[in-house]
Write a protein that binds this ligand. Structure first.
Ligand code: ATP
Ligand code: MG
Length: 181
């Protein structure tokens, strides 16, 4: 092999090495951005719900799950469980100063619940629409609370109110291996 072809080989090798380095460095720098974007995408895709003790006692689990399915929500985690007073208090800690907090904690720990993580585009907002207003007397016709809730306190279902809370609440109830997103 002559000297000029060696120089060409070296040049093309150097170019490839340089290109590879640039791509690798850019990928390393962009990786956190990809991760954040992916996490945000996932976050806006899920909501957290509980079928509350009143609806479980009144035999509405099947009908409520059916409404979720009809609404286009996919169940990616689910468990039948009962909250201790301590856990119910922790879950609703944001309402600690509200006059109904004690009543809410007693009610949420009064019997079994169904906890679930649901997946759908725009999950949080769409699920809040599906469940209706907190007070069933004000809930739109056909919503879960209009159909199955009995009072403002015993209102059949919980729905997370933001993407951040949906993620926090999902992690409160489920471990990573119990969610199938
Ligand atoms: P949730 O968080 O359970 O989905 P929500 O977001 O519609 O309900 P919040 O204001 O977060 O309503 O209240 C949490 C829960 O506290 C209500 O779902 C209800 O069970 C109870 N609650 C709210 N307001 C009252 C009230 N005025 N009297 C008694 N209980 C209430
Ligand atoms: Mg709320």
């Amino acid at each position: 092999m002559n000297r000029s072809s060696n120089i060409i080989d070296c040049k093309s090798n150097c170019f490839l090495t340089l290109l590879l380095n640039i791509l690798t460095i850019n990928f390393i720098h962009l990786q956190p951005l990809f991760k954040v974007t992916y996490k945000l995408y996932k976050m806006s895709n899920i909501t957290f719900t509980m079928i509350k003790p009143d609806a479980v006692r009144n035999g509405h689990i099947g009908a409520i799950l059916n409404k979720m399915n009809e609404g286009g929500f996919k169940i990616v985690a689910m468990k039948y469980t009962r909250l201790s007073k301590e856990k119910a208090g922790e879950f609703y800690e944001v309402h600690k100063e509200r006059p109904f907090y004690g009543e809410l904690v007693d009610f949420m720990s009064s019997g079994p619940i169904v906890a679930a993580v649901l997946q759908k585009d725009n999950a949080v907002e769409d699920f809040r629409t599906l469940i209706g207003a907190t007070n069933p007397a004000e809930a739109a016709e056909g919503t879960i609370r209009a159909l199955y809730a009995t009072s403002i306190g015993e209102n059949a279902v919980h729905g997370a109110d933001s993407d951040e809370n949906a993620l926090r609440e999902a992690n409160f109830h489920f471990s990573g291996t119990e969610m199938f997103m």
